[in-house]
Ligand binder design. Structure first.
Ligand code: PBG
Length: 348
């Protein structure tokens, strides 16, 4: 037709994206999203038993560790190039106000001291919430008739916001005193970041950052975690404080409030059904580090499919982690951190 030369640049036959996919070396060169162990944070579940390493039934490959077994695990994590862990405690004793959560010799306080003592370079982040410490399994003080904080204008059993804030502040400062490098409030209680920031500063912990679970949805994907952390609510659910999965604009409002309250990090949780939220936060708050929590249910689904031979675990897990980074997360909290670090280094 006479346009072979003149319109060569526009001819569909000359535009061949496959050229840059032809070899592994070229694909590596043009890869837009990189995955590396220093982007991972590994969750650890800690119990008050001795010499225990219990596999969590619904999370193959994930264990509850007794404090005396944490040093060895922390050394392994650090040797893999993973910079940080986030700790969840399973206390021996629970009560309505979750008082073990701020015990100076509580499970997390001792676990933090143990890890910082054994592997000082590992960044220790603590989850700050009450659900594992209350006998009812809710994330704070409930509105119960006859209790000192009872409010007749609110429904019975409602999670009371402001009385819970003072407990969260107490927990965070006790974690800082134990040596935590960073605290991560996860309850979606209004004002939690401000309350914790104020309390930390008042005790001289101006340098302890707050990683806020700023945008946390009321998700079915936390199921296996509640097995692992033994913190399932005995009745009801968390929909009066965690976000409605249907909402996206509200995520910006939540994150904005936390930034104004002094959050140093933002987090979106869960990750996979909420990659659009990760992307929105990335562009709305370009200056803040952003983490995404690849939660227990996301891990367990993949493990279950792999155990049945329905999916290749390594490829699927690396694809999932890459997608979370591609959406805009700087850091990923993931139960796959150790395995992924090994896969990425070519060890297994
Ligand atoms: C609350 C908390 C939860 C998770 C992390 N922190 C459970 C919940 O909100 O019910 C879930 C993490 C996961 O599913 O992996 N302390």
């Amino acid at each position: 037709m006479g346009n072979e030369i003149g319109n060569a640049a526009e001819s569909p036959q000359t535009v061949r994206p496959r050229r840059l996919r032809a070899t592994a070396a070229i694909r590596d060169m043009v890869r837009e999203t990189r995955l590396a162990p220093d982007q991972f944070i590994y969750p650890l579940f800690v119990t008050e038993d001795r010499d225990r390493r219990n596999e969590v039934r619904s999370m193959p490959g994930v264990y509850q560790f007794s404090i005396d077994r944490l040093g060895q695990e922390a050394r392994e994590i650090s040797a893999l190039g993973i910079p940080a862990v986030i700790l969840f405690g399973i206390p021996a004793r629970k009560d309505p106000a979750g008082s073990e959560s701020y015990n100076e010799n509580g499970v997390i306080q001792r676990a933090v001291r143990e890890i910082k003592n054994m592997v000082p370079e590992l960044v220790v982040i603590t989850d700050v919430c009450l659900c594992e410490y209350t006998d009812h399994g809710h994330c704070g003080i409930l509105n119960l008739p006859g209790s000192p904080d009872a409010n007749p204008n609110l429904p019975e059993g409602y999670l009371l916001n402001d009385p819970t804030l003072s407990l969260l502040a107490r927990i965070a400062t006790s974690h800082a005193r134990a040596g935590a490098d960073m605290v991560a409030p996860s309850g979606m209680i209004d004002g939690m970041v401000a309350a914790i920031r104020r309390a930390l500063d008042a005790e001289g912990y101006q340098m302890v950052p707050v990683m806020s679970y700023a945008v946390k949805y009321a998700s079915a994907f936390y199921g296996p975690f509640r097995d692992a952390a033994e913190g399932a609510p005995k009745f009801g659910d968390r929909r009066t404080h965690q976000m409605d999965p249907a909402n996206a604009r509200e995520a910006i409002r939540e994150a904005d409030l936390d930034v104004k309250e002094g959050a140093d990090f933002l987090m979106v949780k869960p990750a996979l059904s909420y990659l659009d939220i990760v992307q929105r936060l990335r562009s709305a708050f370009p200056e803040l580090p952003l983490a995404a929590y690849n939660v227990s249910g996301e891990y367990s689904m993949l493990k279950a499919a792999a155990a049945n031979g329905w999916i290749d675990e390594r490829q699927a897990a690396l694809e999932v982690l890459t997608s979370i980074r591609r959406a805009g997360a700087d850091l990923i909290i993931t139960y796959h951190a150790k395995a992924a670090a090994q896969w990425l280094s070519g060890d297994i």
